[in-house]
Design a protein around this ligand. Structure first.
Ligand code: BDR
Ligand code: CA
Length: 312
């Protein structure tokens, strides 16, 4: 089976994505690593532990970065995920604790222990992955694939008109991850904004799985309200679950391949730039000798939605 590390900032849509990953027979989640993003890393770590408890999963959690590589940390988006990252629904304290070593160190150790066997699915800012590369750049040659939820290529952003939230939170880390030389699939807003899930999905989930489904349904109401208020839209996007879908069913995604850099400052901060060959040599070329990666630009929406329904 595929050994998967999920790097996550739960996060309402992260919670659904984790539930999908636990239920998918094709993948074996060997650890969660946590990252700041939707809330502080203390909070997202606690949420990860709590989610594992609810879904009865015995999986270790490694706590990661509390801030971006070089920038000041931004405010957490409490208006999207609630103050506690789980829609302001109070949760009992999880019984287990995070492991002693850091997320980045765990990624390095495990990749060296299982060369060419590990896939990382990253559902938050990419700081932990960049820190792992800084500890041991050779892991780029030993990782099977890195699938990241984040970014936008041909569509508008969500945190600004230019940028998507995960990349915006640490653009330097995203730039390093996209150019490290490991095989990367970027699953961003070009595809996740095509997929919309309505309340009826979560209601059915609660009927099918009284406790687990109820948890997901109840926390998601806050997120639904955000979409209703900000996008005047019924239902919500399931960004992070779309990345899990891509990890299992890449055939449902149309990829555009190229060298990708990230704008790291100014008003366009967080915007992905895919290189197009101009046919002549530039004296300054930020894409020169950078590896080619895949960015999802289209998706079989029906297939992903059916997969979601059938998983539970
Ligand atoms: C991404 O940002 C977070 O709010 C979500 O959990 C998702 O990972 C979407 O832009
Ligand atoms: Ca997330």
């Amino acid at each position: 089976n595929n050994k998967i590390i999920i790097d996550t900032d739960p996060g309402i849509d992260d919670a659904l994505a984790l539930a999908c990953a636990f239920n998918a027979p094709e993948i074996d989640v060997i650890a969660l690593t946590t990252i700041f993003g939707n809330a502080s890393v203390q909070q997202t770590t606690e949420n990860a532990l709590r989610i594992l408890e609810i879904f009865e999963q015995d999986i270790p959690v490694y706590s990661g970065a509390h801030r971006p590589l070089t920038m000041q940390a931004k405010e957490y988006p409490a208006f999207v995920h609630g103050e506690n990252g789980l829609g302001n629904i109070p949760q009992p304290k999880a019984k287990k604790q995070a492991e002693a070593i850091s997320a980045a160190q765990f990624i390095v150790n495990t990749t060296n222990q299982f060369p060419n066997e590990i896939t990382i699915i990253a559902l938050g800012p990419l700081t932990n992955l960049a820190l792992a590369l800084a500890l041991d750049a050779s892991i780029a040659q030993k990782i099977k694939r890195v699938i990241t939820m984040g970014g936008n290529l041909h569509v508008a952003g969500n945190v600004s008109a230019a940028a998507e939230a995960n990349v915006y939170c640490d653009p330097h880390a995203a730039d390093q991850v996209y150019t490290a030389g490991w095989p990367v699939s970027v699953v961003g807003l070009d595809v996740t904004h095509q997929i919309r899930v309505k309340n009826s999905f979560f209601e059915k989930l609660e009927q099918k799985l009284p406790e687990k489904g109820k948890f997901l349904n109840v926390i998601t109401q806050f997120y639904m309200n955000f979409y209703q208020d900000s996008y005047i839209m019924e239902g919500c996007h399931v960004h992070d679950s779309s990345a899990i879908a891509c990890a299992i069913h890449p055939e449902w995604f149309v990829m555009e391949s190229g060298q990708v850099r990230v704008i790291c400052e100014g008003e366009c901060m967080g915007k992905l730039m895919l290189h197009h060959d101009t046919g002549y040599t530039h004296r300054v070329n930020p894409w020169q000798n950078k590896p080619i990666i895949d960015v999802a630009v289209n998706v079989n929406v029906k297939a992903v939605k059916n997969w979601l329904e059938d998983l539970f």
